[in-house]
Design a binder for this molecule. Structure first.
Ligand code: CA
Length: 233
């Protein structure tokens, strides 16, 4: 157990994992990705660390020598809201984790690729702290409510799919700023190749049809050619 103090504004991750091979690989891999990595091999270690430090994100194995990651995840959710990525050894455990509604931000199944894990971590760390800070953003005739996950125009609800809402929420939290295609793909379609952007374009098109008065002359959701998109108020 070691405590690393972050002095360079880098993001910190607590890896709670009893398999040495994973601990070692993650310590090296996540450090190389710019994270400050702290490791714990038991829940007792992890609890002790959380008394003294507040990591930006926690990577939590489901089965640990002194208990279940499920209980710990619930604890963290209720006490600190630090985002937790659950790590499961079998796909069948995923349903258990999701079914319990333990407040995990995401999950990965072993064996996972570092690249996929990092993409998911970054996506979570980019998410707005919506429930505590900004509950909604209003611009033009539109209002995006992050708590209710709804979008209204003049108070009338617009029917969006989950991905369409996530995409709009991403743009809305960067109102007036360019969001690159890469960030869109990274945030919503983890690790998808930049060359395969048809899915993104399809979602943007559908979003325009729903939120723009004239989708052919978008006033809010503007394309920045070769770069990405910008949502204007
Ligand atoms: Ca384990």
């Amino acid at each position: 157990m070691s405590v690393v103090v972050d002095t360079e504004g880098r993001q910190t991750v607590l890896v709670v994992e009893d398999e040495e091979s994973y601990q070692d690989a993650l310590a090296v891999g996540l450090s190389a990705e710019g994270f400050v990595v702290t490791g714990a091999t038991t829940l007792a270690d992890a609890r002790a660390l959380l008394v003294r430090t507040t990591p930006d994100i926690i990577l939590l194995d489901l089965m640990l020598p002194d208990g279940s990651g499920v209980d710990f995840c619930r604890e963290v959710y209720h006490s600190s809201r630090i985002p937790v990525i659950m790590v499961t050894a079998r796909t069948s455990e995923v349903d258990v984790v999701l079914g319990l509604e333990i407040g995990a931000a995401d999950y990965v199944t072993k064996p996972y690729r570092l690249r996929e894990l990092v993409a998911r971590m970054r996506a979570i760390l980019r998410r707005p702290a919506s429930t505590s800070e900004e509950e909604f953003i209003a611009f033009g005739d539109l209002r995006v409510d992050f708590v209710r996950r709804s979008v209204t125009r003049h108070g009338v609800e617009i029917d969006l799919s989950r991905k369409e809402f996530d995409l709009l929420a991403l743009f809305a939290t960067h109102l007036g700023q360019v969001v690159t295609r890469e960030v869109c793909l990274d945030t919503l379609w983890w690790g998808m190749q930049l060359s395969d952007t048809r899915t993104l374009d399809t979602h943007v098109k559908r979003l325009r049809q729903k939120i723009e008065v004239d989708p052919t002359q978008p006033r809010h959701l503007v394309t920045i050619r070769g770069v990405g998109f910008r949502l204007d108020g």
